[in-house]
Design a protein around this ligand. Structure first.
Ligand SMILES: Nc1ncnc2c1ncn2[C@@H]1O[C@H](COP(=O)(O)OP(=O)(O)O)[C@@H](O)[C@H]1O
Ligand SMILES: O=P(O)(O)OC[C@H]1O[C@](O)(COP(=O)(O)O)[C@@H](O)[C@@H]1O
Length: 304
């Protein structure tokens, strides 16, 4: 079973407009509300791949009720911890440029945190816990890191998708995979990355610091997979980008889902790329047929 932890779920309110001008009234061409938050996105893609998953996290209020009922309609298994405050709304504007306005998130009380920790008591050896996305302001910065001993005690593995020091702090616990994009990688090491060779070199440092596998995504410019024995590169499939929200989460879902089944990092990378790009080329997250249609385009090469 792959459990996802979304500490800060959201409604993703995706709107399109020809142009957006600050300081004036803007009229939209379209709008849609989607269940959002990084772990939830991972679970939704796993469901498309018919890989068993349960979404965990904190949920509350009328927005939380929307997220829960939308996921239930997709037949997605959830075991959220109910909170008394209200789940956030994130606004994703698709105009001449893509702009995101993400809420801070609700207050989570110590009692709600301990109820959530109880939901992790059901883990079994071989399970994987994917922890991703921002933390609501009332949770400590170490929230994800503090869950790792609990996960490990039960023989389960973990994947973490976060950035900066919070990511570095978890590497010595050996996450199954980490996936910074190339901008996040540059920020982690306070460097400018100007060539593919540089990106691969700094990506490998995450492996040296403890990650079992490293993905470095570069949106339309392809991605790296770095394993203990080899570095691989693939171009991104070609297509028209419609809404790239959730592309990174889709990549993590594809990689983790296949890796949990067969431990094959290259097959997992291929699925990760197919899921990421299929999501970038569609309004919501991709469905299974869109993912399968892209997989024939992907050519993975050994890098140097
Ligand atoms: N413009 C794009 N064209 C093709 N694939 C894309 C595009 N943007 C994202 N993807 C796919 O989604 C994956 C993750 O996207 P990326 O933007 O790098 O992640 P994040 O959202 O975490 O920053 C990429 O490796 C790629 O497979
Ligand atoms: O595009 P990505 O990185 O895969 O993540 C998209 C998801 O992350 C969010 O932008 C939330 O991100 P944060 O938790 O970091 O605020 C959601 O609104 C969205 O569903």
């Amino acid at each position: 079973m792959i459990y996802t932890v979304t500490a800060n779920p959201a409604i993703d309110y995706v709107v399109t407009a020809d142009t957006i001008q600050l300081g004036t009234v803007n009229r939209l061409n379209s709008s849609v509300s989607l269940p959002g938050g990084k772990g939830i996105n991972v679970s939704r893609i796993l469901k498309q791949l018919t890989i068993e998953t349960t979404a965990l996290g904190f949920i509350g209020g009328y927005t939380g009720a929307f997220v829960k009922s939308t996921l239930a309609a997709e037949d997605l298994t959830t075991n959220f911890t109910e909170i008394s405050d209200t789940t956030r709304i994130n606004v994703k504007i698709k105009a001449d440029q893509e702009t995101e306005i993400n809420g801070q998130g609700p207050k989570v009380t110590p009692k709600e945190i301990s109820k959530f920790e109880d939901t992790l008591g059901q883990l079994k050896p071989g399970d994987v816990v994917v922890m991703s996305g921002s933390l609501p302001p009332s949770l400590p910065d170490t929230f994800y890191k503090d869950l790792i001993p609990l996960i490990r005690e039960q023989g389960a593995d973990f994947v973490i998708d976060t950035t900066g020091q919070a990511l570095l702090d978890t590497l010595s616990y050996h996450p199954l995979v980490v996936k910074p994009n190339h901008h996040e990688l540059a920020e982690l090491f306070h460097v400018q990355l100007t060539s593919l060779a540089d990106i691969a070199k700094y990506g490998r440092q995450l492996l040296d610091l403890g990650a079992k596998n490293v993905l470095i995504s570069m949106a339309g410019d392809g991605a790296f997979l770095i394993t203990p024995t080899k570095t691989y590169y693939s171009k991104a499939p070609k297509g028209t980008v419609v809404n790239s929200v959730g592309a990174g989460d889709s990549m993590i879902a594809g990689f983790t889902g296949i890796f949990a089944q067969n431990n094959d990092p290259v097959a997992s990378f291929k699925m990760g790329l197919s899921c990421g790009s299929a999501t970038a080329f569609t309004k919501d997250l991709a469905d299974r047929s869109q993912i399968e249609a892209l997989s024939t385009q992907i050519k993975i090469e050994a890098f140097q």
